[in-house]
Design a protein around this ligand. Structure first.
Ligand code: SF4
Ligand code: SF4
Length: 384
């Protein structure tokens, strides 16, 4: 099929390479930078503090050897890569971060933060083990309040209700734009690859002018809709439609998504923290700002929550909305929570939706690419 990639996607090819320079410019202009490692970190509060949030979640293999000099080798690659970048000062985003926000999500991350706090100003938010009870909600709200107080003290900026409400409106607008972008993947044929969708969603973490980012994404949406009307896309009509879920898989660690698409199936939705998880729900603008922010973030369907029923419920809706033919659940080696939850999700998806499910446990290396390719091809053949 003769497929021409829509024009505006080229902009996102360079968004991340250009980000270090853009961040340095902000630092030169005396803007504070707050590094985050997780979707639980409330970005509205960082923005309301007059600072720029930047994601430090590492997706490259190179720093892992340095991370392993300190951390156990059987930790997940995301933690080892993040820590390797931090101790070698090779990540400009970590280097430029005035302070870092961590959370007590999985055990590996929270113990890593103890080590990191020895050489970087760092605040760890305490996360409850569940999201449903009143005690869990009160515990998390107190955590969000403490984080706000920490940023006010560290950055010297009072975080008022008005500033938080403005940040909520801005990020809700951005979430709606990203939802509209994801909606384009409901078309058949899909107008772009899942790899390009990831590139745009991942770039969101590295474009610091949010209005500029939204303008570009809106332009992209127009082009994708036009391509859809002409029946153009990277896969033929009727190509198998795969929903990818599980651990964050950013640029540099997207090998499984690439393998799926090289095998001829379209990745139509990214149900993870490098994908749509952070954009899927809004902060309620009718409620008091801090409570509304706490409420939205606590409902992040991460496997560190026990039980994590919202992930199951949201997956049912995604499968229906995006007409999925199969689910691929990617889990990093050493990630116990996602690994165990894969069994729960498989049972749920098979029972409720009757959908085939492929669990892939891997790391950032390329050593198992051919083995994964064989499994993915067999899975797609099974879909028919
Ligand atoms: S998967 Fe969980 S721990 Fe990892 S970034 Fe997402 S919310 Fe945070
Ligand atoms: S992938 Fe799993 S082990 Fe790794 S940081 Fe996320 S939750 Fe923790």
């Amino acid at each position: 099929m003769n497929y021409e990639r829509v024009k505006t996607l080229a902009h996102f090819d360079t968004a991340i390479p250009n980000a270090a320079l853009a961040l340095k410019q902000l630092k030169d202009d005396q803007i504070k930078v707050v590094g985050t490692y997780c979707v639980y970190a409330p970005q509205e509060i960082i923005i309301a503090a007059g600072a720029v949030p930047v994601s430090l979640c590492a997706t490259k293999e190179e720093p892992i050897a340095d991370g392993e000099k300190v951390l156990p080798r059987n930790f997940c690659p995301l933690i080892k890569s993040s820590y390797g970048f931090a101790i070698t000062d090779k990540c400009p985003f970590f280097y430029f971060s005035d302070v870092v926000i961590g959370e007590t999500t999985c055990d590996g991350k929270k113990k890593m933060f103890e080590l990191m706090a020895q050489f970087k100003p760092l605040h760890v938010m305490n996360l409850p083990a569940g999201y449903a009870s009143e005690a869990d909600k009160a515990y998390w709200l107190a955590s969000v309040e403490k984080m706000k107080a920490y940023l006010e003290a560290e950055l010297g900026q009072s975080i008022t209700g008005d500033r938080m409400r403005a940040a909520i409106r801005l990020l809700n607008e951005e979430r709606l734009v990203m939802q509209e972008l994801a909606e384009c993947m409901k078309l058949d044929p899909v107008p772009m690859t899942g790899q390009d969708l990831l590139k745009v969603l991942w770039a969101r973490n590295f474009v610091f002018d949010r209005q500029e980012m939204m303008a570009k994404v809106r332009l992209l949406i127009q082009e994708l809709k036009a391509a859809g009307q002409q029946g153009q896309g990277p896969f033929p009509q009727g190509a198998k439609r795969i929903v990818v879920t599980g651990v964050p898989t950013g640029i540099g660690s997207e090998k499984v998504i690439k393998i799926i698409e090289e095998a001829g199936a379209a990745v139509v939705y990214l149900d993870n923290c490098s994908g749509m998880k952070q954009f899927a729900t809004l902060v309620d603008e009718t409620k008091p700002a801090l409570e509304a922010i706490a409420e939205k973030y606590l409902l992040t369907p991460c496997s560190c929550m026990s039980p994590n029923q919202i992930r199951m419920e949201r997956m049912e809706k995604i499968i229906k909305d995006f007409r999925a033919d199969g689910i691929v659940d990617i889990v990093w080696q050493g990630c116990h929570t996602y690994n165990v939850e894969s069994r729960v999700l498989r049972d749920h998806v098979q029972k409720k939706c009757g959908l085939p499910f492929l669990h892939i446990e891997t790391d950032y290396s390329q050593g198992d690419v051919e083995q994964i390719r064989t499994r993915v091809q067999a899975f797609l053949e099974m879909l028919g």
